[in-house]
Ligand binder design. Structure first.
Ligand code: SF4
Length: 141
């Protein structure tokens, strides 16, 4: 898989700070789920060399710019607190989650299983082509 990160900085201790620019309102808590909706940063984190110093969304928008993410220590990125556990553990967790998702994809897992249930379908443009109605009918048969 080829990925292109928005920005990586290297700190004096050799650790990496990974940034993903966003104009919307992403939330780093999404990275703690088994099906992250914004997996780019975790993907960059597991592929790069060297320890992770911080990983964040860099929000760029009128009246609300700033960072949201995780860091190995206070002060690496403004207003990003130190993570409660070593970032190396977080990177290993991301590796496990992303490897499982990739494996499911490779095996052709085509279950109709929207990430956040009906809420996900509300804004989906694929509804006319989707099998979710059949899946729901099977569930109640
Ligand atoms: S309508 Fe179908 S394709 Fe779209 S989010 Fe829902 S389950 Fe997925």
């Amino acid at each position: 898989m080829r990925v292109k990160v928005d920005r990586i900085d290297e700190l004096a201790d050799g650790s990496r700070v990974i940034l993903d620019y966003k104009s919307g309102d992403p939330n780093e808590r999404d990275w703690q789920t088994d099906r992250p909706a914004e997996p780019q940063v975790p993907l960059y984190a597991i592929r790069g060399r060297g320890p992770l110093g911080a990983a964040a969304f860099a929000r760029v928008r009128n009246g609300g710019s700033g960072f949201r993410g995780i860091a190995a220590a206070e002060g690496i990125l403004p207003r990003v607190k130190a993570a409660e556990r070593p970032l190396a553990e977080q990177v290993e967790e991301w590796r496990r989650v992303l490897a499982r998702l990739a494996e499911e994809f490779r095996e052709g897992d085509a279950r109709v299983d929207p990430r956040d249930g009906p809420k996900t379908c509300e804004t989906c443009h694929l509804a006319p082509l989707c099998r979710i109605r059949e899946a729901e009918a099977d569930q109640w048969a």
